[in-house]
Design a protein around this ligand. Structure first.
Ligand code: GRF
Length: 216
């Protein structure tokens, strides 16, 4: 099977990047991270990339007059590297419409909530405060909105009475590290097809009958 080239954009600690690098290195992912770009000079994600021998670039937003100009610089790097898929992994900037259009259905994002509930920031704490009994994470294709694009994969976790934003975040993060490599794998295998808002996954297994989760 052909291996696809990934470009990962990250602003922070990069644990999702690490999960992707590990899956790729283990040979369980027909995808290779070719470049990591960060808008933050000392993002730990850049360090993780270098440790894996992956090119790591800082692009300073302050060096550009507009968001469009910043995005053009990032797109130029991704273009030179010929990436097939762009993965946002804790990238704290919104992409401009020109970027989204240039990579339509070829940009993924991971979000620590069961979208469309709780888009935006600090969502694990919002889930606890709201009193939901399940939370989780979502990998979706990026469109022009904030966390609104077609959903590829989700994982649900229970929320317990003594949870805090921190304990729930940790439980969700473990699932993020499972579903992001899996979403990339499905893409690389050519099994995803976007039909309007829906992402159809060819050959997906299904659980019938008693598969529902209940909490408490
Ligand atoms: C994750 O919770 C991800 O869902 C959100 O930002 C966080 C990034 O964490 N978009 P990391 O940098 O991958 O560790």
């Amino acid at each position: 099977m052909k291996t696809i080239a990934l470009g990962v954009l990250a602003s922070g600690r990069g644990s999702n990047l690490q999960a992707i690098l590990d899956a790729s290195q283990a040979g369980s992912l027909p995808a290779t991270v070719r470049i990591v770009v960060s808008d933050v000079a000392d993002a730990h994600a850049l360090e993780r990339a270098r440790r894996h021998g992956v090119e790591a670039r800082h692009v300073d937003p302050k060096a550009f007059p507009t968001r469009e100009a910043f995005d053009r610089a990032v797109m130029a790097i991704l273009g030179e590297t010929r990436v097939d898929l762009v993965c946002l992994a804790g990238f704290m900037r919104l992409l401009t419409p020109a970027f989204v259009a240039a990579y339509r259905h070829r940009i993924m994002n991971i979000h620590p909530a069961l979208l469309p509930a709780f888009p935006g920031l600090h969502v694990q704490g919002k889930a606890v405060d709201h009193g939901v009994k399940f939370a989780g994470c979502t990998v979706h294709f990026v469109d022009e909105g904030v966390d609104t694009g077609p959903i590829i994969i989700q994982a649900a976790v229970p929320v317990y009475d003594d949870d805090t934003a921190e304990t729930l975040s940790a439980r969700i993060l473990r699932q993020e590290h499972r579903i992001y490599p899996r979403a990339i794998q499905l893409f690389a295998e050519g099994r995803l097809e976007v039909q309007g808002r829906r992402v159809i996954c060819r050959g997906a297994a299904r659980a019938e009958g008693t598969a529902a989760l209940m909490n408490p």
